[in-house]
Design a protein around this ligand. Structure first.
Ligand SMILES: Cc1ncc(COP(=O)(O)O)c(C=O)c1O
Length: 371
């Protein structure tokens, strides 16, 4: 039985009535730009993130770009980020006028290593972009004091981690709650996915929220009046309507992902060739990806493909070795934990609709390879 890496059609079948009706309401109104659903979504997601403000925008990429733009980076200004992440994390630093400085990861969680961040600080460092990779939060409690001491902004890349939490000093903290800005992506494959591109920024800061609202609308709070040069980066009303229809299901979907992850991890525990993902004890993981470290990774990928089991490598090339960043002087061997991860990781199908027999099929296919 083939098992796809992701099955959005299966999700659609479970919510078709609600989401089609939400979409139809927007179509009947023909209110495609900044309709009431956008503000409703912003309020709901700010609350989910424990933030005062939510500002929707056109993509998870723009959700990073806009706050980075507010830093007014000058040539040579540095922003620290992991090299083991999706390209947008660093591409937006470049496009905001800064220089990405790539640091290594904690090999257990795949998230950036706070000690490496500290070691990478220079007088030109302006910000840090931690990524809550695969669905669990980075060690924010170690980054925040660093940022406070050195006057740095923290922009949390929460694209993969909507609803994830981390217990810090006995308090449950959410993605986006602690950084100057936190970001979400609604790319269709995300835990909360739109029917196209979409993103959202959250912040506790009233002035910063007002500035981000302007930046997404050509730099003006009033029509045809522009205080600065901004962007056209609105979230479409139809996307907001889809996301609002999906939002009540998110907690249940996350629980479904957690069940699949638990089943996989039990099946792969103690296997000499397979290392299941590690959840930091302070975190609740929302399992955007279920990512193993394995021996003979590329051969396993071929084997799974042959059996019709979807899988993917996130990410095969670390960002410090991407051709577009060659002028930054990145070299092989510079970030050992990152480079090792790129050769060992493989992500398996994980979504709440994944049936028990499909999960068995995935588990058997992986274990068969090592038999
Ligand atoms: C870690 C990370 N950052 C940023 C993004 C960018 O989001 P988008 O594709 O919505 O622009 C993504 C997802 O695609 C991501 O996984």
């Amino acid at each position: 039985m083939p098992v796809p890496l992701l099955d959005l059609v299966a999700q659609y079948r479970t919510i078709k009535g609600e989401v089609d009706a939400a979409m139809a309401r927007v179509v009947e109104r023909q209110g495609f730009i900044m309709g009431p659903e956008v503000a409703e979504l912003e309020t709901a997601l700010a609350a989910l993130c424990g933030a005062r403000h939510g500002i929707a925008c056109a993509s998870g990429t723009d959700a990073l770009l806009l706050p980075l733009k507010t830093l007014e980076l000058r040539p040579g200004d540095e922003v620290i980020c992991p090299a083991f992440t999706f390209f947008a994390t660093a591409g937006t630093i470049h496009n905001a006028g800064g220089t990405p400085v790539f640091v290594d990861i904690d090999p257990a969680t795949f998230n950036l290593d706070p000690a490496a961040v500290e070691a990478a600080l220079t007088p030109r460092t302006r910000a840090v972009v931690p990524v809550h990779l695969y669905g669990q939060m980075a060690a924010m409690e170690r980054l925040l004091p660093l940022a406070a001491r050195h006057g740095l902004a923290i922009v949390e890349d929460g694209a993969q981690a909507i609803g994830a939490t981390r217990t810090i000093d006995g308090a449950v903290r959410r993605v986006g709650e602690l950084g100057a800005v936190g970001t979400l992506s609604f790319f269709p494959s995300k835990n909360l996915g739109a029917w196209g591109d979409g993103g959202l920024m959250v912040t506790q800061d009233d002035a910063l929220a007002a500035r981000l609202r302007k930046l997404r609308l050509h730099g003006g709070a009033k029509q045809y009046h522009h205080e600065e040069v901004g962007f056209n980066s609105r979230l479409d009303t139809v996307q907001a309507a889809v996301l609002l229809a999906k939002l009540p299901h998110l907690a249940g979907w996350t629980a479904g992902r957690q069940q699949v992850a638990a089943r996989y991890s039990a099946a792969f525990a103690d296997h000499p060739a397979i290392r299941p993902p590690v959840t930091d004890g302070a975190n609740t993981h929302v399992w955007h990806q279920y990512t193993l470290r394995v021996e003979r990774r590329d051969a396993l990928v071929e084997h799974l493909k042959g059996r019709g089991i979807g899988c993917a490598v996130y990410y095969p090339t670390p960002l410090h070795l991407q051709p577009c960043f060659a002028d930054l002087g990145g070299r092989r061997g510079q970030l050992p934990a990152t480079e090792r991860a790129t050769t060992e990781v493989v992500s398996l199908p994980i979504y709440p609709e994944l049936a028990a027999d499909q999960q068995d099929e995935v588990i058997t296919a992986v274990l068969d390879f090592y038999r």
